[in-house]
Design a protein around this ligand. Sequence first.
Ligand code: FUB
Length: 338
Amino acid sequence: MSDESASQDLSALAARAISAPLVTHIYTADPSAHVFDGKIYIYPSHDIEGGVPFNDNGDHFCMEDYHVFRMESPESEAVDCGVALHVKDVPWAERQMWAPDAAQKDGRYYLYFPAKRSNGLFQIGVAVSDRPEGPFAPEPEAIVGSYSIDPAVFADDDGAHYMYFGGIWGGQLQKYRDNAFHESNEEPTPEEPALGPRVARLSEDMKQFAEWSHEIVILDEAGQPLRAGDHDRRYFEGPWMHKHQGKYYLSYSTGDTHLLCYATSDHPYGPFTYQGRILTPVVGWTTHHSIVAVGDQWYLFYHDSILSGGVTHLRSIKMAKLEYDAEGRILCQDPYGA
Ligand code: FUB
């Protein structure tokens, strides 16, 4: 396809898009949204052009800091609250500040973020602030027992907080079994059960795991674990947990098939049963989201690469209403309204 017809295609998709970028002065991705103190706070990645060539490890995602965005309401503008944390201020981290999340407890705010150490391995750290927008002061070391990427912290009704995390390929989850790293570990074969995300309850002070992380199993309609070869349904990265009408909804990206899917359970540790798709592919390789209720209305926060003309590592965060049917099934959306 010529450059001209590619840009015409993108213009047509942009015209049909179900929502516009929330932020246009910088590139942002992986939006983790929360309602804190009656306002919407969004904790995204801050995409930059670092000049690193594209590869399957995602080295071109070479982000250095985080900005937090505040919205007074779903209709208002997303205000940039400035730099909330920079990698140069995190003693254990060297590079690649990927998708973060945040939590609130007892008037303090916790920013959870993955980054690579100088040995090239991802871990997850935490930084603390008295304000939801930061700036956040990082703990001197990463969370003990953490690894891989994409932390998502869920506050259950009983006050317990759980961190869901992990991503395969560039996210390195395939290198771990039973919380131990082995360089020779790889993804399971296509007929073996797929790797699931990890979950660990957080300690009372929100700064450590209160237990070793457990693997989450996602079952198919016959009660069998999804297979590693089932690329349209198996877990890849970007976990998110929310609770709707008493059920736990685990949603995630299928990575190389570019779908957002979900599975449900009666327990935060699962097992979860696969239910279906939430969002069909966006422009750009990655798809990553969060789901949050603002009053009675649920919203999906996601990203695409339309604003950058399709550059996969220069993304823009967006939001759209999310609807359920009478049985609690999430209605799947096409980001370009087809
Ligand atoms: O933003 C870097 C990585 O891309 C995230 O950690 C993944 O979920 C994917 O969106």
